[in-house]
Write a protein that binds this ligand. Sequence first.
Ligand SMILES: Nc1nc2c(ncn2[C@@H]2O[C@H](COP(=O)(O)OP(=O)(O)OP(=O)(O)O)[C@@H](O)[C@H]2O)c(=O)[nH]1
Ligand SMILES: [Mg+2]
Length: 689
Amino acid sequence: MSEDIKTMRNVALAGHGGAGKTTLAEAMLFKAGVTNRLGKVEEGNTVMDFQPEETKKQQSINTSFIKYTHNKHTITLMDTPGDQNFFSAAKTCFPVADSMAFVIDGVGGPSAMTEEAGACALENNLPGVVIVNKLDRERSDFDTCISACKSALKKKIVPICFPIGQEDNFKGLVNIVSGQAYEYDGEGKATRIDIPADMADEVALAKEEFVENIAELNDDLLEKYLEGEEITEDELKVTFRQGVLDAEFYPAICTSATKMIGIDIVFNFINDFMPSPLDRGDWTATDANGEEVIVSPDPEAEFCGFVFATIVDPYAGRLSLFRVISGTLGKEGNILNVTKDSKERFSQLLEIAGKEQKTITSALPGSIVAVAKLKDTLTGDTLTGGKEIQIPAPAPMPPVISFAISPKSKNDEDKIHEAIRKILEEDTGLQLKREEETKQTILSGRGLVHIETTADKILRKFNVAMEIATPKVAYRETFKKKIRVQGKHKKQSGGHGQFGDCWIILEPLPKGRGFEFVDKIVGGVIPKNYIPAVEAGVRESSTNGILAGFPCVDFRVTVDYGSYHSVDSSEMAFKTAGSIAFKNAAKDARAVLLEPIMKVSVKVPEDATGDIMGDMNSRRGRVLGMDSEDEKQIINALVPMSEILRYAPDLSSMTGGRGTFTMEFEHYDEVPGDLSKKIIERVNAEKEA
Ligand SMILES: Nc1nc2c(ncn2[C@@H]2O[C@H](COP(=O)(O)OP(=O)(O)OP(=O)(O)O)[C@@H](O)[C@H]2O)c(=O)[nH]1
Ligand SMILES: [Mg+2]
């Protein structure tokens, strides 16, 4: 059994959108005989991009899984999405991979999302390999990519092969370690050739460097190397493998996925040098007391699994994807969801292969499997045979942009909420909340495209169409002038009349003080029991300010005089009087509009700081200061919310996708006069419409 785990590999293909991860996966599946033709992303016939939204966009949206076998090894490939809109679906899967293959666009090099993926590898302590792909394309360059990868992935890069021929003439490669050269026939078949004469020196030098790099990892080898003794290929391989497992460096391979060049090298590398679940070793869980517990990839131990993804089907229900960390899981059984403290039962153990699911009879540690219809289980949960331990779940990626959503048809109000609730189970990169004040439902995510794709998914899966709009800003109103006014309500109609009369002083309060009410009535000119009614009248009216109907804040109302009628006065009448008094006061108390100001923290590469600061000015922002953190600059600023609602795409274009930001509400501040006028006109016009 441990032999089966030893030959198991879980490899995540990671990197920037469009680098060729899905295409490379298709080439590997074709070469491994899993498929009988080479799937193409543009033709929408790949095994990995099978969802309708993926074929429509010709890019991956979710992580797909499939197994292939090669030379008695069983490899689960995880094809993750590289686009930042869908990166959350990649990030949740990285922790259950044992290694990462960074697929690099040989033309564009490692872009922003490659850096993000690189950071995930470091965070999860995963070994990696760099696959420079698309080397058949015009303006591709292996060497440039290798040096760029070093800084993008923050790791030493050690090439183990060199391309033969460039761009259209890329036809094969030299394996630096074995010193052998190969040419490919376009279908992945390699034929041994002589090393091209003009490459001989370069290859010899690279081999020398390679040996030196590896020798440095082991004292015995280093001694031999320095003494000029011969180091055998076996010795090199053992130390090289250890170097890969310890992530001392990332080896680099050159490929063309479409021309199927280098696929065999990728296969052999994964088998020979990438870690098995046994190499990955123990996981750390916590017990009920928060103490650390070691969970070993031991097939005889009690079962423990970590749920890293959930797929929701409107008919078949929920599918929970998890990695078996420890123990052997049978084809059916009872398990404990420790996170939710819920007993679960499954009657079928499944293996995912692209869009298909196959039933299997057992799963060893390291296996990526799925079960359907668990009642309480969601992404991030720990499942066990009964032991109360939990694998720490990574925090979901924080959303960066919010939109107001609503059903296209009013009748779908309930249906859309139900649909979104289900989609949230599947996509931890989304967040939903209700803004009571603006009466809007806000869906937040990684970008506009993320939200639009979610809308597409909801339409397909749940048959509800939704509208997406920029959220409304929750403005406020306040007052700049102190004023004393009367509010009198007198009505004579048939029997009982209504009478209430109060004098109030309305005055501004400092920022953030909200609303205060003071009773200064003397001599019982308004009876005690009617005072709360006056306050209620003021309070109610002030939720609907006179400028544009926004709630009024930061003011004090003092009631200091009034009169009453022994028969006609009532609580109702004094409430109305309070309300009239407030409205009279608001008219002349120089009402002004307030807007929410956000504290924004933007993290960007140094060379983008100038642009960011300039842009902050144009957004009426105020830069508070700068900081630096791992080679990036952090700019802290206060910016009006209305100016930053669509910041995510702008930041992305200013920084080539290398910027991130967080924001939180800080305080309310006055809107400048001319702008205030425009907002008031717009809001009032919207209300009339
Ligand atoms: N010429 C050439 N084109 C390639 C190669 N690999 C991929 N492509 C093309 O590049 C485009 C993007 O490839 P994908 O495989 O979808 O890229 P991806 O990395 O999966 O992208 P995301 O799913 O968005 O993360 C497709 O049109 C592929 O045909 C290659 O080696 N050579
Ligand atoms: Mg893809």
